[in-house]
Design a protein around this ligand. Sequence first.
Ligand SMILES: Cc1cc2nc3c(=O)[nH]c(=O)nc-3n(C[C@H](O)[C@H](O)[C@H](O)COP(=O)(O)O)c2cc1C
Length: 360
Amino acid sequence: MTGMLKTDLCIRLGIDHPVVLAPMAGSTNATLVAAVGNAGGLGSHGCAAVPPDRLGAETAAIRAATNRPFNLNFFVHRTPVADPGREKALQARLQPFFDELDLGPVPSAAAPFPPFGTTHLEALLADPPPIVSFHFGLPGADTLAPLKAKGCLNVSSATTVAQARWLEEHGADVIVAQGAEAGGHRGTFLNDDYASAMIGTLALVPQIVDAVDMPVVAAGGIADGRGLAAALALGAQAVQMGTAFLQTDESPIDSSYRTALSDAEGERTQVTKVFSGRPARGIRNRYLEQMADVEHDLPDFPLPYGMNGALRKAATERGIADFPSFWAGQAVALARPEAAAALVERIVDEAQAVIAGLSG
Ligand SMILES: Cc1cc2nc3c(=O)[nH]c(=O)nc-3n(C[C@H](O)[C@H](O)[C@H](O)COP(=O)(O)O)c2cc1C
């Protein structure tokens, strides 16, 4: 039987275990969110690319599958500024890849999704989720206030102590301390000094715990009960795991992504801007390696994502591992295929055994 590691944050969120399924745009769905919620963790759905008029249906699908709390996540990046020179240069670089897959001309730059805005807010207010989380900062007080008035808790990620303090001052209720080990996009904001916002989870979590007066969730490189026990020892009140959940039975990722994950070791992952224009950790493949020289000359996030979208999609459909963005963190090799509920229960049991072993 799965025991209890209930923290104050678990009580506040209404969950049984201090385990959060990371929101993963494109890689979470209602089934996975509900499976984690029903197992007593917190399910999060990455909604950055969900059109606002689909949000109601996504929320309804989650509610139909669970009556437990859940979290919807959005990107609050700056609206990209056009840069015709960089866009033309990227088009020229992508054309040989497009030719290789017979995809015709590379499209001109267009954002594949907008930042969180008024239409998203209206959709959320129509059927408010218990928890709303943001990546790359927080929306303004005029957005947070109506959400809070509806009872939504606001969460965002920090990769430095300065970002955590900023989030506390600007209305976050919970902070995710995202270490450099994490898969997917770095939540870094406030400046573009991405290279230095690469603090490891072990160093970052206790510094953020000391700096802010609110619950902290540890993220990055945590994939088993040892990681959960360590995060609790560092002062975190829960862990947020992405990479570990990607390999669960309910995860909606395709088979080439699953294969890439199961074949990868931690050193095969790398933080790169080449897919989207913002730094994110993924498994090295041909696109990641061959585009490395344009890393610092890309159009604004998320324009590159729009421009290479057809390439990533076609490669995925044809099972070609050279071009998709296989986001994954450094703990990728710790994860294994299993049901999401089994993962939640296993890491809680393992963490309890670790903690008991230490005190014994
Ligand atoms: C495939 C993937 C997609 C992600 N997408 C998002 C996202 O949409 N929003 C977000 O806040 N974090 C996103 N993240 C980051 C996670 O919230 C979290 O910080 C990270 O997964 C923790 O590290 P781990 O992958 O080592 O568990 C993503 C991570 C992965 C692996």
